[in-house]
Design a protein around this ligand. Structure first.
Ligand code: ADP
Length: 393
C-alpha cells in the first residue's frame, strides 16, 4: 500500500488526510484549527470514528507534530511515500505540480507577494513537513497551475503592458485542482479522452469561480490576479467597478486595507443578505420570508449564469456544464436558476433529476438539453494522485 499525506495549511488551520493513492480511499482525515490562539485544537476521523486531540502548543509546527503523532499511532507512517501540499499561487513559474527541492522551494518563496495571505502559510506547512519527514518527497500542488494554459487574450488586463511584464499583473485563475479533478471525472463519464472534451464548470463553495476548459486545458477563468475577482462568493464581492475603491475610501473614510478587508470578508453573500456567508442559512432565511436573503440568492445565481455565458465564447461547443463544490453539489434550486438563465446555450433542467442530485452519472439536464451534470470534487484526492504520479517520474 502506498499512501500520501495531504496537507492544506491555512492561516489558522491545517486540513490533513492520508490517502491510499492506489485504491483512492481516505484512511484518516482531520483538521487542526484556531491555531495561534489558546483554543487551538485538532479533530480527526479514523475508521469512521471521530476523535479529538490537544496539540502540545498552539502554532503550526506544534499542529504538524501532533498530526504526525496521530498518523504514527494509527500505524499509517510506514506506508507514507510522499507529502502533497496545497499551494495557492504558483505564479507563471509552476505549470504543474512539483516535487520540491531546494531550488524550487526558493523559487516558490519569491512568489509570496502574489498571495500574501496564503503562500507564506503554505510554505510554513511545507517547511514543517520537511523537518518532520526529511526522507519523504514533498510535492506542491498549485491552485493556479491548471490555468497556466490561458491564452494572453484571456489573462491580460486592460492595463499598461509594463504592469504585466515587470510586476506579473495578470489573471491567474484558482480552484485549478478542483477543475482538473471534475473535468477528468466528467470525461470518464462521457467515455471520451479529456483532451477531446469542452466543458464549462462552476466550483461553488465558500470561494466561487467558473472556468472554460477546452480540450482538457483551461481556456478562461472568472478569477483573476487574486481570488476576489469574478463571481459573488461567501464573503468576497467578486467583480466590482475599480472606480469604487476611491469612491468608497473617500466617502466612508476608509483606508485601502480597511476597504480590502470589507471586500474580502464582509461582502458577497454575507454583505448582500445581511444574514450569513453560508448558503444553507441564507436559503433558510429566504424561505422564512427574508426578502433581502432572497435577493442575495438572485444576484448570486445571475452572476454565475452571466459568467458561464461569457466563458462559453472560449469553446467551440459545450460537451457539459459541470457543477461542483458545496453549493454546486447540493443546491438544486441554485442549479435550476442558473440553467434557466442559460436557456440561450440550450440548457433545460430535468426537475426530478436535479432535485435528486443527478442520475447515476450526475446528469441533471433534460434529454433534449445541452448536458449539465453534478460532479463531486475531491481536491485532496487530486493532490494525492499528483504526488503519487510525480514521485514515480
Ligand atoms: P469550501 O470552499 O470551504 O471547501 P464547500 O465546498 O464545503 O466550502 O462549500 C460550502 C458552501 O456549501 C456553504 O455555503 C454551504 O452552505 C454550502 N452547502 C453545503 N450543503 C448545502 C446544501 N445542502 N444546500 C445548499 N448549500 C449547501
Amino acid at each position: 500500500m502506498h499512501t500520501i499525506l495531504v496537507i492544506n495549511c491555512g492561516s489558522s488551520s491545517i486540513k490533513f488526510a492520508v490517502i491510499n493513492s492506489q485504491d483512492e480511499t481516505t484512511l484518516i482525515s482531520g483538521l487542526a484549527e484556531r491555531l495561534g490562539t489558546p483554543q487551538a485544537g485538532l479533530s480527526y476521523k479514523l475508521n469512521a470514528e471521530k476523535h479529538s486531540h490537544t496539540p502540545k502548543g498552539t502554532d503550526h509546527s506544534a499542529a504538524m507534530q501532533a498530526i504526525l503523532d496521530i498518523i504514527r499511532a494509527a500505524n499509517l507512517l510506514d506506508n507514507l511515500v510522499a507529502v502533497g501540499h496545497r499551494v495557492v499561487h504558483g505564479g507563471e513559474y509552476f505549470h504543474d505540480s512539483q516535487v520540491l527541492d531546494e531550488k524550487s522551494l526558493e523559487r516558490l518563496k519569491t512568489l509570496s507577494h502574489l498571495a500574501p495571505l496564503h503562500n507564506p502559510v503554505n510554505i510554513i506547512g511545507i517547511e514543517a513537513a520537511m523537518q518532520l519527514l526529511p526522507d519523504r518527497p514533498q510535492v506542491a500542488v498549485f491552485d493556479t497551475a491548471f490555468h497556466q494554459s490561458l491564452p494572453q487574450k484571456a489573462f491580460l488586463y486592460g492595463l499598461p503592458m509594463d504592469y504585466y511584464r515587470e510586476h506579473a499583473v495578470r489573471r491567474y485563475g484558482f480552484h485549478g485542482t478542483s477543475y482538473r479533478y471534475v473535468t477528468q471525472k466528467a470525461a470518464d463519464i462521457l467515455g471520451k479522452p479529456l483532451n477531446q472534451c469542452c466543458f464549462l464548470a462552476a466550483h461553488l463553495g465558500n470561494g466561487c469561480s467558473a472556468a472554460a476548459v477546452l480540450n482538457g486545458k483551461s481556456a478562461d477563468s472568472s478569477m483573476g490576479m487574486t481570488p476576489i475577482e469574478g463571481l459573488i462568493m461567501g464573503t468576497r464581492c467578486g467583480d466590482i467597478d475599480p472606480g469604487l475603491h476611491e469612491y468608497l475610501c473617500q466617502r466612508l473614510n476608509l483606508s485601502l486595507p480597511q476597504l480590502m478587508s470589507v471586500l474580502n470578508k464582509q461582502s458577497g453573500l454575507l454583505g448582500l443578505s445581511g444574514v450569513s456567508n453560508d448558503m444553507r442559512e441564507i436559503k433558510s432565511a429566504a424561505a422564512n420570508g427574508n426578502q433581502q436573503a432572497a435577493l442575495a440568492l438572485e444576484v448570486f445565481a445571475f452572476r454565475i449564469a452571466r459568467y458561464l455565458g461569457s466563458l462559453a465564447v472560449s469553446l467551440p461547443r459545450i460537451d457539459a456544464l459541470i457543477f461542483t463544490g458545496g453549493i454546486g453539489e447540493n443546491d438544486a434550486d441554485l442549479r435550476a436558476s442558473v440553467l434557466q438563465q442559460l436557456a440561450i446555450l440550450g440548457f433545460k433542467t430535468d426537475a426530478q433529476l436535479n432535485q435528486q442530485g443527478g442520475d447515476p452519472q450526475g446528469r441533471i439536464s433534460a434529454e433534449t438539453s445541452t448536458l449539465a451534470m453534478v460532479v463531486a470534487t475531491n481536491e485532496e484526492l487530486m493532490i494525492a494522485l499528483d504526488a503519487a504520479r510525480l514521485i514515480k517520474e
